[in-house]
Write a protein that binds this ligand. Structure first.
Ligand code: FES
Length: 158
């Protein structure tokens, strides 16, 4: 990680006003803004760490968590919305155990909502990476994902 930062930071020495371009470069390099990198870059340009986080959390373009291997995009465009997208989102959030904008702890899935994905005739629909699934119901959407694991079996043994 330090190798990547040593490529980025020197050109910004003494340039406190360049926080946003630095964050953009860091995110382009790592895919998100890792905690240790945030600490290091704040120290380097001489600002409090909370100021770096304040900017990073203000802009939607920045991510503080890595993306999952599979990006799940629930369409919230008009056609999908009136066809039941809110229920599709609710079912997907439930089966994955995360909310819109979050990534599962195993880094398998990132859930997000997007505007029209161009398949309105299939509304309501969602996309998993490049694959579009349409004419969904909450039950069909849930079946696209593995059932959440539970520790019920272990609890029963005790
Ligand atoms: S509104 Fe959902 S695909 Fe167009």
């Amino acid at each position: 990680m330090e190798d990547h930062l040593s490529e980025i930071l020197p050109s910004y020495r003494g340039k406190r006003s360049k926080l946003i371009p630095i964050l953009q470069e860091v995110q382009a390099k790592f895919g998100y803004l890792p905690e240790e990198v945030m600490r290091e870059l704040a120290t380097f340009i001489g600002i409090p760490e909370c100021e770096a986080y304040s900017v990073a959390t203000f802009y939607a373009q920045f991510r503080l968590m890595p993306l999952g291997k599979k990006r799940v995009a629930i369409c919230r465009g008009t056609a999908c919305h009136i066809s039941g997208a809110p229920k599709i989102l609710e079912a997907t959030e439930k089966v994955l155990g995360i909310k819109d904008g979050e990534t599962t702890a195993d880094l398998e899935y990132t859930l997000e909502t997007v505007a029209c994905i161009g398949c309105c005739a299939l509304a309501p629909c969602l996309r998993i990476n490049e694959d579009v699934h349409g004419r969904l119901t909450p039950a069909k959407a849930s079946e696209l994902f593995p059932a959440p694991s539970t520790n019920k079996g272990e609890q029963d043994v005790q």
